[in-house]
Design a protein around this ligand. Structure first.
Ligand code: SAM
Ligand code: DTB
Ligand code: SF4
Length: 353
């Protein structure tokens, strides 16, 4: 069926070559989807998606020059700046998210790297959110090893820090920090025993080889990130990447499938960009092995599908939420019934068919 030996599919490896990853990306689409969904079911519950909630705790005025980002101080995007939120206000937002059924709360800040005083306040936020019984995630820019330990001590579960693209293409997108800076932060986060959330952005004008290299770099990290967010560029007027040629949707789906094959145990998040994706494209992404999304009408500063659209999508696709409390599962999809004949026949089995 394909030129790849079966051992390639589903092996937990950290030594992928560029040619192997490019070979996977170039498979006939339907072969790629089939293999990705097979590997997915060896490691994850079928038809099940993890939901995260995002809050921007400090917005805009970022000194970095990331060409995609509406929060950089260098670009006129009309974004309203907001100082670091008060701890009590974050607690209240987390409480609301919890009441709506969220189990993981992600806090994002437009920093190059947090200052000591800022980190103290954010550590207090983490403690408060943790005390509500929620999982915590933060994305605050570069961290030193000591800062990562401080966040771990406060009870942080996940740290998000993306590689964004390949090392070769990176210089076209960001000049104010290096690829190695990013790898150093990821190493500090791992050393502090935090879970790693790390992925990238597609549709920035990168080549297929760049996408292969991003995925290869993620998979060849000493440990696979627990979460791999794959963002489609959200084009924001005023940023240098506004007006970029849009990526062929099938190329995006391919990248999700290859992320699934390279990092079988990770949650692959269909992250930014869902607002402009058709339901059919999102369905292909779930088929390709995506099993996490951001839920709620806003990402950090840009839009996300509204809750009703997601509820309807989950219902139409027969998807359910992962281990969430009953109320969010009910909001999203009350209809999944494991007594269906296909479930009884082992169709939903977590082991390979
Ligand atoms: N300032 C911190 C940093 O850069 O690590 C944390 C916040 S930053 C907004 C988090 C991630 O959001 C970025 O690494 C990037 O991958 C993603 N992102 C930002 N703007 C985006 C856009 N317009 N489209 C897609 N993803 C975007
Ligand atoms: C990630 O990879 N995507 C999220 C999260 N990590 C923090 C952020 C997407 C931001 C999209 C642009 C915005 O809303 O500002
Ligand atoms: Fe700043 Fe993060 Fe946006 Fe880059 S991606 S400009 S570091 S907020």
């Amino acid at each position: 069926m394909t030129a790849c030996p079966p051992a390639v599919f589903g092996a937990i490896r950290h030594d992928w070559s560029r040619a192997e990853v490019e070979g996977l990306l170039a498979l006939p689409l339907l072969d790629l989807l089939l293999q990705a969904q097979r590997v997915h079911r060896e490691h994850h519950a079928a038809n099940t998606v993890q939901m995260s909630t995002l809050l921007s705790i400090k917005t805009g005025a970022c000194p970095e020059d990331c060409a995609y980002c509406p929060q950089s101080v260098r670009y006129e995007t009309g974004l309203e700046r907001e100082a670091l939120m008060e701890v009590a206000a974050v607690r209240e937002r987390a409480q609301r998210a919890k009441a709506a059924g969220a189990t993981r709360f992600c806090m994002g800040a437009a920093y190059r790297s947090p200052k000591a005083k800022e980190l103290e306040v954010i550590a207090a936020m983490v403690r408060e959110v943790r005390a509500l019984g929620m999982e915590t995630c933060a994305t605050l820019g570069m961290l030193t090893p000591a800062q990562a330990l401080e966040l771990k001590a406060a009870g942080l579960d996940y740290y998000n820090h993306n590689l964004d693209t390949s090392e070769e293409f990176y210089g076209e997108i960001i000049t104010t920090r290096t690829y190695q800076d990013r790898l150093d932060t990821l190493a500090a986060v791992r050393a502090a025993d935090l879970k790693v959330c790390c992925g990238g952005i597609l549709g920035m004008g990168e080549s297929p080889a760049d996408r292969a290299e991003l995925l290869r770099t993620l998979a060849n990290l000493p440990e696979h990130p627990e979460s791999v967010p794959i963002n489609q560029l959200v084009q924001v007027a005023g940023t240098p990447l506004a007006g970029s040629a849009s990526l062929d949707p099938f190329e995006f789906v391919r990248a999700i499938a290859v992320a699934r094959l390279l990092m079988p145990r990770s949650h692959v998040r269909l992250s930014a960009g869902r607002e402009t994706m058709s339901d059919e494209m999102q369905a292909l992404c779930f088929m390709a092995g995506a099993n996490s999304i951001f839920y709620g009408e806003k990402l950090l500063t840009t839009g996300n599908p509204d809750v009703e659209r997601d509820r309807r999508l989950f219902e139409r696709l027969g998807l359910k939420t992962e281990e969430g409390p009953a109320d969010i599962a009910a909001q999203i999809s009350p209809a999944v019934d494991d007594e269906r004949p296909c479930a009884r026949a082992g169709y939903h089995a977590e082991t390979a068919p």
